[in-house]
Design a protein around this ligand. Structure first.
Ligand code: AMP
Length: 206
């Protein structure tokens, strides 16, 4: 299979080609079509399988298609650690480089000033760790009222690290969400609980 068989638009295909991607990995083949169609996805996948591209490419394409004030957060990717947040940010910037989509990354343990400046310059896609996100939401700097797509990455790790409360209160602040992607290396009871409460008719992918 080739990426163009997944109905990915040319400007994103070009970025994938330049990244050296020749063929979609199995998780990309399975997850890209339902995420593009706006469906909820419950994906059992570890780091190294290509899951970042699997959820971010269709999100970039959907944001390019839909009307919306550019620069307001319309997609949120929540991940447990600073390292993962930075890695996802770099990948998303790479895939979106020939589109008008902008992105920003926020995480704790460092000064918030450059992160706030990046958000104020405008970000369609925000990659965040839960604590810093909740903090900036409390300060009125990040607003999630326009978020359409939400991805919970490494959900099991997020729960193991004690972020369950942050995650659910962030989810509860996104009223008009159209799709939720939940990705986890293991689908534990706690991950299933989130899926039951927050997902509708999710496509299950392993
Ligand atoms: P991830 O599982 O998202 O952390 O991706 C693991 C690594 O695989 C990253 O370095 C990606 O750049 C790379 N990658 C993702 N998708 C593909 C692909 N279709 N072909 C080649 N490399 C890929």
């Amino acid at each position: 299979m080739k990426f163009n068989e997944l109905k990915i638009q040319k400007n994103i295909l070009r970025a994938l080609r330049e990244a050296g991607y020749e063929q979609p990995t199995p998780i990309q083949q399975k997850a890209i079509p339902p995420v593009l169609a706006g469906r909820d996805v419950l994906g059992c996948a570890q780091t190294g399988t290509g899951k970042t591209c699997a959820f971010s490419v269709p999100i970039i394409q959907r944001l390019c298609r839909t009307e919306g004030k550019s620069g307001t957060v319309r997609a949120l990717i929540l991940t447990p650690t600073r390292e993962l947040a930075l890695q996802i940010y770099e990948n998303v910037c790479q895939y979106a480089r020939y589109t008008s989509c902008t992105c920003a990354v926020i995480y704790g343990g460092v000064s918030q000033v450059p992160q706030v400046e990046a958000i104020q310059r405008g970000a369609d896609i925000l990659i965040a760790t839960p604590g810093r996100l909740w903090d900036l939401m409390g300060q009125g700097i990040v607003k999630l009222g326009k978020v359409e797509c939400f991805v919970l990455d490494e959900a099991d790790r997020m729960l193991d690290m004690g972020f369950i409360h942050d995650v659910t209160r962030i989810l509860d602040k996104i009223p008009h969400r159209k799709n939720l992607g939940l990705f986890s290396a293991t689908i534990s009871r706690e991950v299933m609980d989130i899926a039951w409460v927050y997902q509708r008719d999710a496509e299950e992918i392993t």
